[in-house]
Write a protein that binds this ligand. Structure first.
Ligand code: NAD
Ligand code: 6OD
Length: 485
């Protein structure tokens, strides 16, 4: 019998008027029937969050909140395998990836933001006055209030906890809406949050879609004080419109069309290993994934051959399969989108070096959302395939001659999330990385994270930065107090 996933309000399961099916992308089987939140359910969730604030959650001491965050992290560790199973069922990712990346990072997110908020000081200035006297200015940090957290399906628990942890650390109450494709771990987290001793109503979950459903009901809600969103740039734009009438603060982590630049002085094996990871990790469904690879001409053929070998060495299969590196795309709908880029690439003159189709993995997996890792040459920056985010295991390889040309090509995009530079010349690495018009630039690595560093994007890739004290800034409203001494 498949699971029944309810909305979770003040720690209690709340049914919706209708349910929708969550399908396993590995084989098309049913994972869960999910209760969709209607307006009444969203209203109840927001009211529960408001009531938790009114009952004193936001005036708990920092030490108390830090203690609770650490207990949540311990609770995730204690139920580690439950989280792994839930995330694997929703996404079809390899089990080892979910263990090493998604669930491990969820616990780490709570610990890291506990440390950050514990170390937070006050912004203060001693002001000299014209009469020789002084005034003390200091800013008191207050929580935003009720925060809506809306997240996508690609790293469901990681991205959810990346926002829930700092929001709670700062004394907010939250209503979260996980993606309709990945409802399970957000629901499970409500049990851990309650077991940790967090008061009822501080963490609430509503399920459903975006437009005409829970997402839109939440962002348009008058009693929400801020919205933090990770997802597609187009959705960010719709949310901006929804919050405009009430001028709510937003933090947006959006899409990317991320470049890698490979210089001819790079360590070839390390670079190929890095590119394999940055193009194909999580079947290319990481916002930071490389989709454009600019390669210095003298090395072009060697890197292209190496990447084809690495793409073909990936092992697609069931999440618990021995040696499996790569899962399916999240859904049939997303696969149809990626396939449409396969067709577009051909019409734009691409040469397919490998992939470009749907793999035959046998009858058992025939109803899954499988796709072949794909590498193209023959495209240029004017092609749509090189300009639009695909969010699948694909890369377009494009040659360049000079450093200046590589920088121009990499920056020629409406997005600005991440970039990677591969070179043995560290002076050049610093120089080129610093000129990338992105939120995060890596040199000789990719997706190496320090959770205190600023994370976010420019252009279509987002608004604001999260991470460490940057997150605390979003989740608090400072009140400046000025005292004449
Ligand atoms: P999406 O924008 O379709 O959906 C994200 C979430 O928003 C889901 O919960 C969805 O139900 C909800 N939503 C959709 N329309 C809405 C609306 N009108 N109002 C309110 N909520 C709405 O994105 P996705 O397909 O789930 O995720 C993939 C995208 O996310 C890619 O573009 C990827 O680059 C991006 N992403 C960005 C980051 C980052 O940190 N910058 C991280 C992960 C994913
Ligand atoms: O590592 C993170 O903190 C983070 N927000 C990663 C986002 C990955 C995008 O898919």
């Amino acid at each position: 019998m498949c699971a029944e996933l309810h909305n979770m309000i003040a720690g209690k399961p709340v049914p919706g008027r209708s349910t929708f099916a969550k399908i396993n992308p590995v084989d098309g089987s049913l994972v869960a029937n999910v209760h969709e939140a209607d307006r009444g359910v969203v209203d109840s969730a927001v009211a529960a969050a408001r009531s938790a604030l009114d009952r004193g959650w936001s005036s708990r001491t920092v030490n108390e909140r830090v203690g609770l965050l650490r207990k949540i992290a311990d609770g995730i560790d204690a139920r580690f395998e439950d989280f792994v199973a839930a995330e694997v069922a929703d996404t079809g990712k390899p089990v080892h990836l979910v263990r090493e990346l998604d669930v491990a990072r969820a616990a780490m997110n709570f610990r890291s933001f506990a440390d950050t908020v514990a170390a937070q000081g006050l912004d203060s200035y001693m002001t000299d006055l014209s009469d020789g006297g002084q005034a003390l200015n200091y800013a008191v940090n207050k929580p935003l209030g009720v925060v809506a957290i809306i997240v996508p399906w690609n790293l469901p628990l990681l991205l959810l906890t990346w926002k829930v942890a700092p929001a709670l650390a700062c004394g907010n109450a939250v209503v979260v809406k996980p993606s309709e494709e990945t409802p399970s771990t957000a629901t499970l987290l409500s049990e851990v949050v309650a077991e940790a001793g967090v008061p009822a109503g501080v963490y609430n979950v509503v399920h459903g879609y975006g437009p005409d459903s829970a997402g839109e009901l939440l962002t348009g809600h008058n009693e929400i004080d801020g919205v933090t969103f990770t997802g597609e740039s187009r959705t960010g734009s719709a949310i901006m419109k929804a919050v405009a009438p009430t001028v709510k603060p937003v933090s947006f982590e959006l899409g990317g069309k991320n470049p890698a630049i490979v210089f001819d002085d790079c360590d070839i094996e390390k670079t190929l290993d890095g590119l394999q990871r940055s193009i194909f990790l999580n079947t290319g469904q990481v916002c930071l994934c490389t989709e454009r690879v600019y390669i210095q001409r003298s090395l072009f053929d060697e890197i292209a051959d190496g990447l084809v070998q690495r793409a073909e060495s990936l092992r697609l299969g069931r999440p618990d399969g021995v040696g499996v590196t790569t899962g399916p795309l999240i859904s049939q709908a997303h696969r149809a989108k990626v396939q449409s880029y396969f067709e577009l690439a051909l019409s734009e003159g691409a040469k397919v070096l490998t992939g470009g189709g749907i793999p035959d993995l046998g009858k058992d997996l025939a109803d899954g959302s499988w796709i072949e890792p794909t590498v193209w040459t023959g495209l240029s920056n004017t092609d749509r395939v090189v300009r639009e985010e695909i969010f699948g295991p694909t890369a377009a390889l494009i040659p360049f001659d000079t450093e200046e040309e590589a920088i121009t090509l990499a920056n020629d995009t409406d997005y600005g999330l991440a970039a990677a530079v591969w070179t043995s010349n560290l002076e050049r690495g610093h120089r080129v990385a610093g000129q990338m018009d992105v939120g995060m630039a890596w040199v000789n690595t990719w997706f190496l994270r320090d959770l205190r560093s600023p994370f976010g994007g420019v252009g279509l890739s987002g608004i604001g930065r999260e991470g460490g004290r940057h997150s605390l800034r979003f989740y608090t409203e400072p009140t400046n107090v000025c005292v004449q001494l």
